[in-house]
Write a protein that binds this ligand. Structure first.
Ligand code: ZN
Length: 451
């Protein structure tokens, strides 16, 4: 049995049902789970961390990403493009992906996420060029090396240009290939138990790159195996137009027709839902991965997050692919969520605590988990500690929660399942310099291929 004691935390921000925040609590983590949370807790442990200056929050949860895109961040020619032309420019580049590139980019993105306080991340890998048979397996191994919880979504595209879709035909796959690989990955990797480090979900990419048949068959397969479903929806005005012209309904209306407005689904974006769409998503208990930086960078718009929450939608946060954000900083995305909500709906639209709740409880709800996103006895030992005595929080002692959301930079310590993956602001599971070098080599090879 491994025991870790976080002794005398300056403040514990539990994100429990009542949102309690307690000064002076100690947290005992045994074999990956929180066993005790008490004041003046004096027990034997393998490691005791003096937390008198540290603020503890639950590990942050990233609900939407395309990690391979860390290889093309800030891609020069993509500047100033909206989603469709941006994708048309990048699909042919991404067609050159190989296993080494997937490995380097997955480690890079997840390492950066960990350094920002993220302990669980989903990823949506949907580009499968020839030679990509083990891309998701490579990703799962890479996530284990970083030490982060990983929800691999087996993405898919079966509607290429020849049949009226957006992506080129060399990056789409036949339905049978997609479904067989999806089933293989579920059997091999999906862990439904509390404390799971790896889960699998199925994720047809978007209305403009998949057929309705793939959506229906993916949902059937996912429900047969009890795994979740993910896709992009209502991201841009262009997508809304495509959906109305092609299917005669809004993107969310299409989802509803395909049996996807359901509690086992979380979708990315939802920037342009109608009032009826919002009502339907709330009634269906759908999750939404809100990705404010990506939506602003691509000029997609500001999602109506306040209205979505009000309707009962489970809203989490995502940094989205690092070619439409260019960073992997989930703590910063919490701040972006607060800022965009206030720009859109006024200064009372969101508090710092509400923004933090999106990245913790909201993310857990999107991923269908109740063992993460909160600091309570019985929950997993995913804890992020910020140094209240360090410069970014200096002068912010009166409200340390708001100070963390609005001002904190790198966390001091990040624990996933009771294991430190970040200490003193640095990754301990992998070498940051070697990671960056491997990533730059992989990115240069990808660019050579594209040229
Ligand atoms: Zn995305």
């Amino acid at each position: 049995m491994t025991r870790l004691l976080l002794r005398d935390c300056r403040l514990v921000v539990t994100m429990n049902d009542t949102g309690s925040e307690e000064p002076g609590l100690s947290i005992l983590i045994e074999d990956g789970f929180i066993r005790r949370m008490e004041r003046n807790l004096d027990v034997e442990a393998d490691e005791i961390l003096d937390c008198r200056d540290l603020v503890a929050i639950p590990g942050l949860i990233n609900t939407h990403h395309h990690l391979y895109q860390t290889l093309t961040r800030a891609f020069p020619l993509s500047e100033g493009k909206t989603l469709f032309p941006w994708l048309r420019l990048l699909y042919p580049v991404w067609a050159g992906l190989d296993e080494d590139m997937i490995d380097a980019s997955t480690r890079t993105g997840l390492a950066e996420l960990a350094l920002s306080g993220c302990t669980t991340s989903a990823d949506h890998l949907y580009v499968f060029p020839p030679g990509s048979e083990n891309f998701v397996d490579v990703q799962i191994a890479a996530a284990r090396s970083v030490g982060i919880r990983f929800h691999a979504t087996r993405g898919s595209m079966d509607l290429g240009e020849r049949r009226g879709g957006l992506p080129p035909d060399n990056v789409v796959q036949p339905i049978d290939t997609i479904l067989a690989d999806s089933e293989r990955l579920i059997h091999r990797y999906h862990d439904p138990n509390a404390g799971a480090m790896t889960q699998v979900a199925l994720a047809p990419c978007s209305p403009f790159s998949v057929t309705p048949e793939l959506m229906i068959e993916s949902a059937r397969l996912a429900r047969e195996h009890g795994v979740r479903l993910h896709t992009h929806i209502a991201e841009t005005v262009d997508e809304d137009r495509y959906s109305r012209n092609t299917f005669g309904s809004s993107p969310v209306g299409l989802l509803d027709r395909l049996g996807w407005v359901n509690g086992d689904v979380w979708v990315a974006h939802c920037v342009h839902p109608t009032g009826d769409d919002i009502t339907a998503l709330g009634r269906g208990q759908v999750g939404v991965a809100h990705c404010p930086t990506s939506n602003m960078l691509l000029g997609s718009g500001l999602a109506p997050v306040r209205a979505l929450i009000g309707a009962g939608v489970r809203v989490g946060l995502g940094v989205d692919g690092s070619a439409s954000n260019d960073g992997n900083d989930l703590r910063n995305e919490v701040k972006q969520a607060l800022l965009t909500a206030r720009v859109r709906d006024g200064v009372t639209a969101m508090t710092a605590r509400e923004a933090l709740r999106l990245a913790t409880r909201g993310g857990a709800a999107c991923l269908g988990r109740d063992d993460i996103g909160r600091l309570e006895v019985g929950a997993a030992g995913d804890v992020v500690l910020f140094d209240a005595a360090a410069l970014p929080l200096a002068g912010g002692q009166e409200d340390l929660v708001a100070a963390v959301v609005l001002g904190a930079s790198r966390p001091h310590t990040v624990l996933t399942h009771g294991r430190a993956i970040v200490r003193e602001g640095h990754l301990v599971t992998l070498d940051e310099g070697q990671l960056a070098a491997a990533q730059n080599t992989a990115a240069a090879r990808l660019m050579d291929r594209a040229a």
